[in-house]
Design a protein around this ligand. Structure first.
Ligand code: PMT
Length: 436
């Protein structure tokens, strides 16, 4: 293999039990033609000795920013210039947080700031740390700066738990890195220099509903609610940012969106239902953010209703449940619901997750005096998954920050699903090829 011929790779190794795999990774990168120099954090040295990497790479290992001898041989600025790319594997939760904040209080952090070489990270950590809102937010920050992610694998973890957060096998990391480099070399990087590779929703089609619906009573009156569309529009913009193709079905709102979003404007729940069912067939993910009117008038008066009597009765009939219709489709997309609740938020959200057979639900508390959510620029979410495997809190922030954090969770969930269905297929193939 010579795909990495003439590439100078600076391999960052950070603290975690997966650091032992980095030794094999260094070897595999060299096998593919790369010259490798290793930088270890203090945490990494608790798990593996620098001597191991020195022996494998034939180069001295760099461990300290303030080491006069090492600086005299190759100072950190030269090292930053030397690298064609920096690959951090494993990248611990701590390292991702430090990179997101631009800390330069150790050699690896300083190098990442002092280089214009592309940065690749292969996170590895406990599954709850990987799904934590803080890590999700840090990853989102890094991705928005063009950092390329080699997604963690799913499986048994050193801590005894099972889930997403394992460092992929060294050969997989090497192959993914080569794949990303070939993509970039093939001209897939956008002209503004931002890396398009490794975005978490690359090539996914997201269908999003947003805003309220309006149900006419007569030619001048309607039933509706206070949704402004801000949350759904923020998710649509964030999805584009994360590499997705987006269709946005918008109720009557006064918001505009990027040209790259395919926007379908509707007024009533029935119109939203029809548009969603048409598009959902070709979507990978459906996020139902719209506050859909549950009822519509049985009969819409064609003339303005006059006030004659003291009391008046309107007969309402149920609107179709758009989300439920989509989640019941054969070959359905990954379905994410929203729950706007004034009380018993968790209980009501979990009820909807189950009744509507969803993959994920994002609950927002809409009765807080300081933030009614409807119409506001900020929100906070509690996100629950099918299978009742705990939840993630996304702290109160601008809706666009919350939108990115939610989509990171969706992307992590999708990656987990793909990997587990691949594992199931592999298991099925193995057992069907077993002699009876
Ligand atoms: O638009 P903003 O001002 O930014 O406010 C955002 C928001 C509060 C509207 C949003 O964050 C939110 O919570 N949206 C869902 C609101 C809601 O009314 O949920 P629900 O509990 O009625 O419905 C549960 C889920 O089923 C939702 O995903 C909803 O889109 C979906 N649904 C409901 C009824 C129906 N007929 N069809 C549906 O698809």
């Amino acid at each position: 293999m010579s795909e990495l011929n003439n590439k100078n790779i600076l391999l960052g190794v950070t603290g975690g039990i997966a650091a032992y795999k980095s030794a094999i990774l260094a070897r595999r990168l060299i096998d593919s033609g790369a010259t490798v120099r290793v930088v270890m954090t203090q945490g990494a040295q608790a798990f593996i000795q620098p001597m191991t990497f020195q022996a494998l790479t034939g180069n001295p290992v760099h461990t300290s920013l303030l080491d006069a001898e090492a600086e005299a041989a190759m100072g950190h600025i030269e090292l930053a210039r030397w690298a064609d790319l920096i690959l951090i594997a494993p990248a611990s939760a701590n390292t991702l947080a430090r990179l997101a904040h631009g800390l330069a209080d150790d050699l690896l952090g300083t190098l990442c700031l002092a280089t214009d070489a592309p940065l690749y990270v292969a996170p590895a950590m406990n599954r709850l740390m990987w799904a934590h809102a803080a890590t999700v937010h840090n990853c989102q920050t890094l991705r928005s700066r063009g950092v390329n992610f080699i997604e963690p694998a799913v499986g048994a973890q050193a801590c005894g738990e099972t889930g997403s957060g394992r460092l992929p096998e060294p050969e997989d990391i090497r192959d993914q890195l080569i794949g990303m480099l070939q993509g970039v070399n093939a001209g897939q990087a956008p002209a503004n220099g931002e890396q398009s590779m490794g975005k978490p929703l690359n090539s996914q089609h997201l269908l999003i509903t947003a805003g309220p619906t309006q149900e006419a009573i007569d030619p001048v009156r309607y039933i509706s609610n206070k949704s402004s569309g801000k949350m759904g529009f923020a998710i649509a913009e964030a999805a584009v940012n994360l590499g997705a193709k987006v269709t946005l079905i918008a109720g009557p709102v006064s918001l505009s969106c990027s040209e790259s979003i395919k926007r379908i404007d509707v007024v009533t729940a029935e119109q939203m239902h029809n548009a969603a069912l048409k598009t959902a067939k070709d979507s990978d993910v459906f996020i139902s953010v719209a506050a859909v009117s549950d009822y519509r008038l049985e009969k819409i008066e064609d003339k303005k209703i006059k006030k004659n009597d003291e009391q008046m009765q309107l007969t309402l009939i149920r609107n179709p449940d758009i989300l439920k219709s989509v989640s019941e489709m054969e070959d359905r997309p990954f379905c994410v619901g929203f729950a706007a609740e004034t009380n018993n938020v968790r209980e009501h959200a979990l009820g909807k997750l189950e009744r509507k057979s969803l993959d994920m639900i994002a609950a927002n508390h809409v009765a807080q005096a300081n933030n009614p959510v409807f119409g506001s620029d900020t929100n906070a979410l509690d996100v629950y998954w099918a299978g009742n495997e705990g939840h993630t809190h996304i702290a109160s922030a601008n809706k666009s920050v919350v939108a990115h954090a939610l989509l990171e969770l969706v992307a992590q969930r999708l990656a987990t699903n793909v990997l587990s269905s691949a594992a199931n297929n592999a298991a099925a193939t193995t057992s069907s090829s077993d002699p009876a």
